[in-house]
Structures are given as structure tokens and as C-alpha cells.
Design a protein around this ligand. Structure first.
Ligand code: AMP
Ligand code: MG
Length: 347
């Protein structure tokens, strides 16, 4: 496996990018940066290549892949129907962190779509990703480049941890900008529905197309309500340690977490705390800061790295503050709740 570096200031080495494209066109796997998380790319129209993604990740075969494109023409080549609302959303949010689901054309193999007749499509807002998609033939299936069950990678070193020896190349473009996966929107029903919250939130979507709902299963632990995106039913990240989220006014949250951490210490355990810039000084021991509550992107950008770091520390319990921030709050809380197996207390 080769790692190549994409320097965002001096541009991308054309020869190396051509080699990466060649790997994709000949059915290989290339991990690459996007604005959300690192993706593990394969030719989306080649069933054998797509199958390699599932093998490398250890991903269940019913969990469909998102197809990444670099221009609108490509959408019409793989989507059987492109509703008016989808065209409006593409005009506003593409390239960007919004994935939309369409009825698929026959050229998209069912290996790519996890057996479904629909295909999820996104145009990423990242120069390296767009160039790679063009070099690689125009249609790149790319789930997050982590081993299944691990947190999504937000730096190239995370990809190397999970994928070394399993893929052909990593393109290192530095740390990602957003840090949580794209918003997934299903437009097949009467009212469009968010299947996975991301940076493009319900308000932003509603401003463009009117009413939008969210899958009720997203914030519920009730197993009778399976999420509509097949991948969302899998626990995204099972930290070795049990995790609990504490929600409420800042002072009450801090004192509750301090008490829980103290109790865990007294039991002979090793507590880990997920804090914010504003509160980190109030905790002792293993404390990881997500960022300032005044800067939501710093919080989303650090989330998965913090979860990986706490696992490396072999903590026995994780206590996390809640992060209901204005724009990214739904996306951040959805990921935290899944990491915590939906364990949350209000204080
Ligand atoms: P990842 O690329 O790892 O972020 O995961 C892709 C997510 O998109 C998973 O949760 C999938 O279940 C979801 N997804 C992909 N294609 C479809 C589809 N056709 N219908 C519903 N959900 C989809
Ligand atoms: Mg993923």
C-alpha cells in the first residue's frame, strides 16, 4: 500500500493522481480525503471492485455504498429519475455534504447498492476527491474508510490504522474540515426524509424545498423502530468502554460527570471524559476536549479522533457532555448517541 500526499497549497501531483485513477479504473481501492471524512473508493460501476470495499471494511453486504460523482451529467447516467426537488438541492448544496437517494439505472450493480433498487449519490466539496473521481472514471463508491464498527477516519493516519495491507493506496490530504459524514436525504416519499443528519441540516433543506422530516428512529433506542438507512442500524462505533452522555445546564453537567468519574475511580476503574474548551479545566484524569462550543466545526472535526484516542487509553467508562450546538447539533448528537448505545441522562 502506497501513501501519496496531496498538498492543498501547491496543488496535486498530476502523475500521482493519474496513478490513483488507474488503480480505480482497474478495480483497486484508493482511500481519499473529502470534506466530511476519508472515503474508501472503488469503481462504483464494477461489482467486483465494489465487493472489495465490503471485504476490506468487514462491512455487512446489505449496507449500501454512496456513489461519488464530480459533475451533474454523471447523476443522470446512474439515476433513473431526478425529481425537481433534487435538482434544486443539488444546485444549492453540491458540491457539498449532502447525499441524495435516487431510483437506480441498470448500470449500477446491486453489489454497490447493497441489493437495493435505489442508489445514494453525492458530489464532494474537495478538490482532491473531485480530481480523483474524474481520473477514476467518474463514479466512485466510497463509504468511510474505517474498519466496520470503528469511528470514521478524519485523518490519513486513522485510515492507515484500519486499512494497512488491505487497500492499494491512501491519498493524504491532511485533516478533514467537517468530520461527520454527509446528510442523507430520501426523496422517494411525499415528504423528503433525512435518514442521517449531517452538516446540511433540516432548516437548510427546508429553506430550499419546503417541508422535510427526519427518520424518527435516528434519536430513538427503540429496536421496534429500525432506521431507514440500512447502515444506521449498525452500532457505528462500539468503544471498548461503556459510554454515557450527560445532558443539561453546563454547571450541573460538569458536577454530575465529576461525581461519576470519581465513583469510577473509586471502583478501581479508569474513567475518560469528553469535554469542551469551556469545561475541560474542571475535570481531572483522562480528559479529551472536542473544541469550543462557540466553534461547532471544531467539535464535529474532533469527535471521531477523540473516540479513537479514548479507546487507545483503555478507559473503563466514558462520560461525555452533550453537544446540542445550533447547526451541527443533530449530526453530532446522533453519532454520540450511537457510540453510547443511546445511554443518556438529563441533569
Ligand atoms: P458510509 O458511506 O459509511 O457513510 O455509509 C453510507 C450510508 O448511506 C449507510 O448508512 C447506508 O445505509 C446509507 N445508504 C447508502 N445507500 C442507500 C440507499 N440506497 N438507501 C438508503 N440508505 C442508503
Ligand atoms: Mg461509515
Amino acid at each position: 500500500m502506497q501513501t501519496i500526499f496531496a498538498d492543498m497549497r501547491t496543488g496535486i501531483d498530476k502523475e500521482q493522481m493519474a496513478r490513483a485513477g488507474e488503480i480505480l479504473r482497474s478495480g483497486g481501492l484508493v482511500a481519499f480525503p473529502t470534506e466530511t471524512v476519508y472515503g474508501l473508493g472503488a469503481n462504483a460501476l464494477d461489482a467486483d471492485a465494489a465487493a472489495k470495499i465490503y471485504r476490506a471494511k468487514g462491512r455487512p453486504s446489505d449496507n449500501p455504498l454512496i456513489v461519488h460523482i464530480a459533475d451533474m451529467e454523471a447523476l443522470y447516467q446512474i439515476a433513473a429519475e431526478v425529481p425537481e426537488k433534487a435538482r434544486a438541492l443539488a444546485a444549492w448544496f453540491w458540491p457539498g455534504p449532502l447525499t441524495m437517494i435516487f431510483k437506480k439505472k441498470d448500470c449500477v450493480p446491486k453489489t454497490t447498492t447493497g441489493g437495493l433498487d435505489t442508489v445514494a449519490v453525492r458530489m464532494p466539496d474537495h478538490a482532491v476527491a473531485l480530481q480523483l473521481i474524474r481520473e477514476g472514471g467518474g463514479f466512485v463508491a466510497a463509504p468511510s474508510a474505517n474498519a466496520s464498527g470503528r469511528p470514521s477516519p478524519t485523518k490519513a493516519s486513522h485510515v492507515a490504522e484500519d486499512m494497512a495491507g488491505k487497500i492499494d493506496m491512501i491519498i493524504d490530504g491532511g485533516d478533514v474540515g467537517i468530520g461527520v459524514e454527509s446528510t442523507i436525504l430520501d426523496l422517494s416519499g411525499d415528504i423528503p426524509m433525512i435518514l442521517r443528519p449531517g452538516y446540511v441540516n433540516q432548516d437548510m433543506l427546508q429553506k430550499v424545498i419546503g417541508e422535510v422530516t427526519a427518520d424518527p428512529a435516528l434519536f430513538s433506542a427503540d429496536p421496534k423502530e429500525p432506521p431507514k438507512a440500512p447502515g444506521m442500524k449498525y452500532r457505528h462505533y462500539a468503544p471498548k468502554a461503556e459510554m454515557l452522555i450527560v445532558e443539561g445546564a453546563q454547571e450541573a453537567v460538569v458536577s454530575h460527570i465529576r461525581r461519576l468519574a470519581q465513583e469510577e475511580l473509586e471502583r478501581g476503574g479508569k474513567p475518560g471524559v469528553i469535554a469542551s474548551e469551556e469545561t475541560k479545566e474542571h475535570y481531572a484524569g483522562i480528559v479529551r476536549c472536542m473544541g469550543s462550543r462557540q466553534d461547532e466545526l471544531s467539535i464535529s472535526r474532533h469527535l471521531y479522533a477523540v473516540l479513537r484516542e479514548l479507546d487507545e487509553q483503555n478507559v473503563t467508562k466514558i462520560f461525555s457532555e452533550a453537544f446540542d450546538t445550533p447547526v451541527l447539533g443533530q449530526a453530532i448528537m446522533n453519532r454520540l448517541l450511537r457510540a453510547a448505545g443511546h445511554q443518556i441522562v438529563k441533569v
